[in-house]
Design a protein around this ligand. Structure first.
Ligand SMILES: NC(=O)c1ccc[n+]([C@@H]2O[C@H](COP(=O)([O-])OP(=O)(O)OC[C@H]3O[C@@H](n4cnc5c(N)ncnc54)[C@H](O)[C@@H]3O)[C@@H](O)[C@H]2O)c1
Length: 344
């Protein structure tokens, strides 16, 4: 109880306006609802690189919401976005290993140079919190059964994770030099429904294929990764904005919960419990060697965060949505449903 009130008691959100860079994305559009529901004003800045403008439609008429189609890597445009803002959440980018491998120049422009520009422009504005969303992919490949805490060695295997580590390091090096409080959240792999749905993430990819009766081929079924629901991530970001400065300033948190550390086999088994007729084949030595289990005790102890939703919950809600015809056009995965071909 003490812990919960410690976070809740500092809620002074009247007049707080959060700039969500990448707020039209898979996580950003769910975060937008959560912050608006919690009383914040939200300015969403997003370039809609997958043509996913529909994801902002549910918010357009909500009081306190504003959408601006803009490119984070354009300094003049980004400066203007900061006017009247109290807090910033940095979610935008080209997200994931495949898209950054296929479009390395565009990825460098946004994930590296664009972030350098934003970090430079954030200072001197009296901002409260700047939340940077990083990734547990930074841990790369962990041999044996060790759990990575925030001090564990980083082994970013992709351009995507290398950029995340670089931004983390730049933010942490600013201690004592900037007037805002950065917080870094290393997100687990996301699952759950969103207005900008992605079917290129393990749980939604597997569930989609098995629900559509496709022959799913699973590589390296024994490999571990942590997962977390988009609604849980949204609550964690809210807590990171509201927590007392001393709890979060220049801190890195693994974002998720141990119960959702799963192997691919465990995910398949969860789906099979709900879709027993589904077909799965297995193969070793796929192209993605990532294998990491993560320790989430810091986020639990400092921000009192444990996820509400399990992997099985996420699978259930997605199967229901597919069965109700909500994703009638996912048989061919279009860019709209994943990070395949950005307009860059
Ligand atoms: N989804 C996951 O499993 C996961 C896991 C770990 C970390 N993260 C991090 O969470 C954040 C959000 O991921 P997501 O899953 O919502 O991805 P997403 O691709 O749905 O969202 C990214 C958003 O950034 C926008 N964007 C891209 N380039 C831009 C530019 N130049 N200017 C302005 N906007 C631009 C895109 O249009 C998109 O709306 C990312 O930083 C990602 O690295 C995601």
């Amino acid at each position: 109880m003490r812990a919960a009130s410690d976070v809740a008691s500092i809620r002074a959100i009247d007049g707080r306006k959060v700039l969500i860079v990448g707020g039209a994305g898979y996580i950003g559009s769910v975060l937008t609802s959560h912050l608006l529901d919690s009383g914040y004003q939200v300015r969403c800045a997003d370039k809609l690189v997958y043509g996913h403008g529909l994801s902002v439609v549910p918010h357009l008429n909500r009081p306190g919401y504003e959408f601006i189609n803009t490119d984070l890597a354009e300094p003049t445009q980004f400066s203007k976005l900061l006017d009247g803002v109290t807090d910033v959440v940095l979610l935008a980018g080209l997200v994931g290993d495949p898209v950054t491998k296929n479009f390395p120049d565009a990825a460098a422009r946004v994930n590296d140079q664009g972030h350098d520009t934003m970090i430079r422009l954030l200072d001197g504005r009296g901002l409260n919190r700047v939340v940077f969303i990083s990734t547990c992919s930074n841990y790369g490949l962990i041999e044996g059964d060790q759990l990575a805490d925030e001090n564990f060695e980083l082994k970013p295997l992709s351009l995507y994770a290398q950029s995340k580590v670089a931004v983390e390091n730049k933010l942490l090096a600013l201690k004592g030099q900037v007037d805002y409080t950065p917080v870094i959240l290393r997100f687990a792999t996301a699952f759950g429904l969103s207005p900008r749905m992605r079917f290129d993430l393990t749980i939604s990819e597997f569930t989609r294929a098995m629900a559509l009766g496709e022959d799913l081929l699973v590589f390296d079924a024994h490999t571990w990764r942590p997962y977390c629901h988009v609604r849980d991530f949204s609550e964690l970001i809210r807590r990171s904005i509201e927590a007392p400065v001393k709890r979060v300033a220049f801190e890195v948190f693994n974002a998720g919960g141990e119960t959702n550390n799963n192997t691919k086999q465990m995910i398949v088994d969860s789906i099979l419990e709900q879709l027993p007729e589904a077909r799965v084949r297995y193969q070793e030595h796929g192209s993605d060697p990532r294998n990491y289990r993560v320790n989430f005790s810091k986020v639990r102890e400092h921000l009192f965060f444990t996820p509400r939703y399990t992997v099985a919950d996420g699978i259930r809600e997605l199967i229901n949505a597919i069965n109700q015809g909500m994703f009638h056009d996912i048989a061919q995965p279009t860019s709209f449903f994943g990070n395949w071909e950005p307009k860059v």
